[in-house]
Ligand binder design. Structure first.
Ligand SMILES: CC(C)(COP(=O)(O)OP(=O)(O)OC[C@H]1O[C@@H](n2cnc3c(N)ncnc32)[C@H](O)[C@@H]1OP(=O)(O)O)[C@@H](O)C(=O)NCCC(=O)NCCS
Length: 180
């Protein structure tokens, strides 16, 4: 059974909305060039705005195709200003999440709030039974985000993914999920 996630979601403090071409410059300034933000991600810090624009073209194409919903996170007071992203990749009966937030907004519980809201919305849909996320075993902030959003650790996946800022070889990840 297939399902469609909403185009927009509201949390107590944020809006999750579709990416726009004009977000690329703001995201570049806010975090894609930040090596602390990129540390546990699958990409290297961007050196030029053009790299972020290329990534954004992929995001908008993925959204259009229905392959994933790469939501932009913005505070409700300034919906036009992106502070991070929460991508939901569509699986047959589930979604697989990836998330990133500008360093200036870390520590305020924003990402757990977004992940919980998206999980609530997804699991309310008839075809969606599972919300999952993986993170590097050393990425404690991401593991805590999953836990605070109601996902439970299901296991450890050895040699699962390359995090190029840490190692050229694939590293172990924790798998988290919330099901109904
Ligand atoms: C992971 C991330 C999205 C967490 O978002 P957040 O909104 O800051 O989440 P929270 O405020 O709930 O904090 C989660 C944990 O981050 C850590 N943390 C909080 N503030 C921090 C700071 N200023 N610096 C570093 N880590 C911090 C704490 O371990 C916290 O857990 P706790 O609440 O039990 O103390 C954010 O740290 C981030 O974007 N990191 C870089 C990208 C990334 O690694 N994404 C995940 C890939 S799997």
């Amino acid at each position: 059974m297939s399902f469609s996630l909403p185009d927009q979601l509201h949390t107590p403090r944020m809006v999750l909305r579709a990416p726009r071409p004009s977000d690329a410059a703001a995201i570049f300034a806010a975090y894609t060039q930040d090596s602390d933000v990129a540390r546990y991600m699958t990409w290297r810090p961007h050196r030029t705005l053009a790299e972020t624009e290329t990534y954004f073209a992929y995001c908008m194409q993925a959204w259009e195709s229905g392959r994933s919903r790469p939501y932009i996170l913005a505070l409700q007071a300034s919906v036009a200003v992106p502070i991070g992203m929460l991508e939901a990749r569509m699986l047959p009966h589930a979604i697989d999440l990836g998330y990133v937030l500008a360093r200036a907004h870390w520590g305020a519980g924003l990402m757990p709030e977004a992940v919980r809201a998206l999980g609530d919305a997804a699991l309310a849909l008839a075809g969606c039974f599972r919300v999952q996320a993986t993170c590097d075993v050393d990425n404690h902030a991401s593991a805590r985000t999953a836990e605070k959003a109601g996902l439970a650790r299901e296991g450890r996946l050895e040699r699962y993914i390359v995090h190029p800022n840490l190692d050229a070889e694939p590293r172990a990840c924790f798998l988290y999920a919330r099901c109904r």
